[in-house]
Write a protein that binds this ligand. Structure first.
Ligand SMILES: Cc1ncc(COP(=O)(O)O)c(C=O)c1O
Length: 310
């Protein structure tokens, strides 16, 4: 098979393992026709205790929230999915990987009413390195503010991590890359900063950490929540508030958070250098803390690691 995946051998599908290449859906399934699919992105890290999944409970909770919002019944309990995630990592003999739970509407209904289409659950996982490119975590990335916006509340329910919503994310990403940037920051319908194309965004200003308040246009990231908690543990002031676009230009430091993105420094926005143009001390400290926790090199006081074998 071709593609940019570092393919694994097995994919969990509704209680059994099927070979990677057999995980196919019909052309006319609702997932393909209308983007009727919800998903998660979870990382599993190599730790001294063996592979450990980061914030598995929070991710599976959000998966079930997404299902509920879109009226999908996966037919498995959250505990069954958590157990299956661990089994998928074990079955593929992976130390570190990205796990992509997907609940989708398959082949059946011909129109928009999904009754009649089966709901299918898949758990692929595969090794995946730095999402924003090699060296991004160390050196930071150059970004722009997108000309696209995040959706207005009560249009696409952004608390659901739904495949169809990511058409917006793809427009954002394609435009950014076409114009020579790695990623983009996006404003919401009110013109204030919402998040990145596929990650949340933080500013540092005068030693305080600032991030856009959840206003119904951004995904409440699990990494965002972890970084806020780590900052509070370090007694760094954290504010969730309205962030104007120009505050990005005048920030002392800027960084993205996300499961795939981890904690990635931002060194410029729209060609304007952020701070000194290299990752700042608060970003570095939070990034190091985060990586130490996920890799099992620091204690886990918040119970975020699930050891796969455990
Ligand atoms: C649109 C969007 N915002 C934010 C995030 C970050 O969320 P998390 O930290 O839970 O991965 C993601 C990634 O899942 C995303 O796709």
């Amino acid at each position: 098979m071709s593609g940019q995946f570092n393919e694994a051998d097995w994919i969990w599908k509704d209680g059994e393992f099927i070979p990677w290449e057999d995980a196919e859906v019909h052309l006319l399934s609702l997932a393909v026709q209308f983007g009727s699919s919800v998903f998660e992105g979870i990382r599993c890290y190599a730790t001294p205790e063996g592979p450990a999944i980061f914030r598995l409970d929070a991710h599976i909770r959000r998966l079930f929230d997404s299902c509920k919002i879109y009226r999908m019944e996966p037919g498995h309990s959250p505990e069954e999915i958590r157990v299956a995630c661990r089994a998928a990592v074990r079955k593929n003999h992976l130390d570190e990987c990205y796990i992509r739970p997907m609940v989708l509407r398959g082949y059946g209904a011909a129109g928009l009413n999904p009754v009649g289409s089966p709901v299918e659950t898949y758990l692929p996982c595969w090794p995946w390195g730095e999402y924003l490119g090699e060296g991004a975590l160390e050196n930071g990335v150059d970004v722009c503010v997108s000309t696209w916006q995040r959706p207005r509340p009560n249009t696409f329910p952004v608390r659901a991590k739904a495949a169809g919503h990511y058409n917006n994310a793809q427009l954002i990403k394609m435009e950014a890359v076409e114009n020579g940037y790695t990623e983009a920051i996006v404003v919401g319908p009110d013109g204030v900063v919402s998040e990145g194309g596929g990650q949340n965004v933080f500013l540092v200003r005068d030693g305080a950490l600032v991030t856009p308040a959840m206003d119904g246009s951004a995904l409440p990231g699990i990494t965002r929540d972890a970084v806020i908690t780590l900052a509070e543990d370090l007694e760094i002031e954290v504010r969730e508030e309205t962030v104007a676009r120009e505050a990005l230009y005048t920030a002392d430091e800027l960084f993205f958070t996300g499961t795939a993105t981890e904690v990635t420094p931002i060194r410029s926005v729209d060609g304007i250098t952020v701070g000194e143009g290299e990752p700042g001390p608060v970003t570095r400290e939070l990034q190091e803390r985060f990586m130490a926790v996920v890799r099992g090199e620091a204690p886990d006081p918040h119970g975020w690691r699930t050891v796969v074998e455990g």
